[in-house]
Ligand binder design. Structure first.
Ligand code: MN
Length: 207
């Protein structure tokens, strides 16, 4: 596995995305959620494991409400340094713009350090990952559960009930600053947004 698929999909002479390099030390594990406006606006949820970022595309974005089960399609591993990537991806694979929506450290739900990575890898294999996120937006316990008998790469991202969980409706778009790089870029490029948003685009009356 590793980063073969990642490298095969991209032309590093053209894209500013990181090249396919493995990370060595894993004393503390990182996670990142990137908001990505490609052909569709979606969120990419990535967990460090084995020197790479295990990655899921989450169309609706994560939720802090345990009542939500957010579809998460597993995609190719990304290099560890991708956690810092944001910017414009030129024409080609994933063309559009990426911004970092949330990031921080994470660990297994029951263990830390090297034990944690072992447990997480086992969970990935068995189709049930339970972990704690220490993000700015995403905090506390979460689970990623693989759907059985469905599309091969379909998982559900679910918030566990804990002190960080919310009971009201959670919309990741509403948790995004109106002045975020993507929202500014969308305004500048005058592309209609598919997701509902309260953002207002000032225009000179031309369409
Ligand atoms: Mn993406």
């Amino acid at each position: 596995m590793s980063l073969v698929k990642y490298a095969a999909k991209r032309n590093f002479k053209v894209t500013p995305e990181p090249t396919a390099v493995l990370k060595k030390d894993s004393a503390k594990l990182s996670f990142v959620v990137q908001r990505h406006k490609a052909s569709h606006l979606h969120y990419d949820f990535r967990l460090e494991m084995d020197g790479v970022l295990k990655s899921w595309a989450v169309p609706k974005g994560p939720s802090m409400n345990p009542g939500d089960k957010r579809l998460a399609m597993m995609v190719e591993d990304h290099p560890y340094s991708y956690k810092d990537f944001n910017g414009v991806i030129p024409a080609g694979y994933g063309a559009g713009i990426v911004e970092i929506w949330d990031d921080g450290k994470y660990t297994d739900i029951n263990s830390s350090g090297k034990d944690a990575e072992k447990k997480l890898k086992a969970g990935l294999k068995s189709g049930s990952l339970k972990f704690i996120l220490y993000g700015k937006k995403l905090k506390g316990e979460f689970a990623l559960v693989k759907l059985k008998g469905k599309q091969e790469n379909a998982w559900l991202l679910i918030k566990h009930k804990d002190e960080y969980a919310v009971s009201k409706a959670y919309d990741s778009e509403k948790e995004t600053a109106k002045t975020s790089p993507i929202n500014k870029w969308l305004a500048a490029n005058k592309q209609p947004e598919k997701k509902n948003s309260t953002r207002q685009v000032k225009s000179a009356g031309k369409n």
